[in-house]
Design a protein around this ligand. Structure first.
Ligand code: ACO
Length: 427
């Protein structure tokens, strides 16, 4: 597109090129803004800033659309599986039967951890949060897999990507086992990616573990729903860390650290805790009133999203999945009723309507994960497990881009102006 954006500022007129993607808003290319004008843009929280080109995921927040490589998330969640979606994210196209078999074979062959890594776990307190353990252990992978850390070598990048996707379930399951004092379970390569994770988490060496197909399907679907979400905080963290040439294990550890925050991946844990605290539907109005009160820091967890100003399409699938899991496991948890009624009340409340606050993916995911048997501390670890696919795909996309440079935002300085050092005796 030949359009340009005109800027009048600081007594000058400037023109900047515009760029169009295949979908979504056009962008003003301000890469030369500082060189031309001596000014920076100011956009804390990056609400209006595109930080990269990407062909992976598209979100239309106003319409509630989420596409991975062009495929709507609802179709992927309904018809695909997590391994196929992982292949799609990494390679750009859905696999043929042979391609998928080969991919699953490769991932399966990387599921074990270097045996020495087990000793890392003993260094953590038993009550350590699984995300603290994940952060440490994933970062430590770079000390064990030197043969895949040369980021300029596409083969190294591929192997490290496969290793990360394959080992994440083992690492997460071991974090859980360590916390409850049960022996680590080794992967069983005859199971699916998700079935294997369930067995490593809930199985014990003394007994045969039977994977419940409905649970396996539901968890696999949850993994699909969390696989990628374009340039969110943790993905941008992975990209920024990777832009310096840091190895992929270190970059993914940085992503895990960012994801842990309650405004991001920690929200499903916070959402379930909130639903349990509410406890019964009659308490809902009290909590809605608190969420609306400007003097109360309380927010409805699992509500609102930086990008979605409509129903999060992932939340729709989640709500359906809750029912399936509850039916399969014959669970009757009042928390689901609280969630349904809270959603209905909030969606009919002017405050939430005006601010376009809708349930996000985290609103229902905690309810399902809890029904399956995961303790709340594991929720974010499961999110990290699934999001590893997106992080790795985004990291690969960035490194393969010949125009990639180190990420280096600028600032609006508001500190003291130049002043002379004062010796301590005179202060
Ligand atoms: N409850 C009550 N009010 C809310 C909520 C909420 N959950 N979310 C936003 N608001 C209000 C804010 O108070 C603000 O009001 P104001 O304009 O009167 O000041 C307005 O809506 C806009 O909120 P911001 O925080 O500016 O919106 P932002 O896009 O920065 O935040 C966020 C998005 C962080 C997700 C926010 O909605 C929130 O904190 N939600 C709860 C946490 C949560 O569920 N996070 C999960 C995100 S999804 C994910 O990470 C997978």
């Amino acid at each position: 597109m030949g359009d340009t954006a005109k800027l009048t500022a600081g007594g000058g007129d400037y023109e900047f090129p515009m760029k169009s993607g295949t979908l979504g808003p056009d962008v003003v290319d301000i890469g030369k803004l500082y060189g031309k004008t001596g000014m920076f843009t100011y956009d804390p929280g990056f609400t209006s800033t595109a930080s990269c080109d990407s062909g992976l995921t598209f979100i239309d927040g106003e319409e509630g659309v989420l596409l991975h490589r062009g495929y709507p998330i609802g179709q992927l969640a309904e018809n695909s599986n997590f391994m196929e979606v992982s292949y799609l994210m990494l390679n750009g196209e859905l696999p043929s039967k042979d391609e998928l078999d080969n991919f699953e074979f490769t991932i399966t062959r990387h599921t074990m951890l270097h045996d020495q890594l087990r000793q890392f776990y003993q260094g953590f307190r038993r009550d350590a949060h699984p995300m603290a353990i994940m952060c440490g252990v994933v970062g430590a992978l770079s000390a064990f897999y030197h043969d895949s850390t040369d980021i300029s070598d596409p083969e190294h990048r591929k192997i490290s990507s496969h290793r990360l996707i394959a080992k994440m379930p083992t690492i997460a399951a071991m974090a859980y086992k360590y916390a409850i004092g049960q022996p680590f379970m080794q992967p069983d390569n005859s199971l699916s990616y998700t079935g294997n994770f369930l067995r490593m988490t809930f199985g014990v060496p003394a007994e045969q573990y039977e994977v419940v197909p409905e649970v396996e399907k539901a968890l696999d679907r949850i993994f699909i729903l969390h696989a990628d979400h374009e340039q969110n905080a943790s993905t941008s963290t992975v990209r920024l860390a990777g832009s310096s040439g840091a190895n992929p294990f270190a970059c993914i550890a940085a992503g895990i650290a960012c994801l842990w925050g309650p405004a991001h991946g920690g929200a499903n844990e916070a959402a379930l805790n909130m639903l349990r605290e509410i406890g019964t539907p009659d308490k809902i109005p009290e909590y809605i009133a608190r969420a609306k009160n400007k003097d109360d820091p309380f927010r409805l967890m699992g509500f609102g999203h930086r990008v979605y100003k409509n129903y999060d399409p992932r939340a729709t699938v989640m709500q359906k999945t809750v029912r399936e899991v509850f039916d399969a496991l014959k669970v009757n948890d009042p928390v689901f009723e609280v969630a349904l009624q809270l959603e209905e009340m909030a969606l009919n409340d002017d405050y939430f309507i005006e601010k376009k606050l809708f349930p996000n993916v985290d609103f229902y995911s905690g309810v399902i994960l809890s029904a399956i048997g995961f303790p709340t501390e594991m929720f974010t670890a499961l999110f990290a497990l699934a999001r590893t696919v997106g992080w790795v795909a985004q990291w690969n996309e960035m490194i393969s881009d010949p125009g990639q440079r180190i990420g280096r935002p600028r600032q609006l300085y508001t500190g003291p102006t130049t002043r002379d050092y004062v010796p301590i005796a005179q202060r």
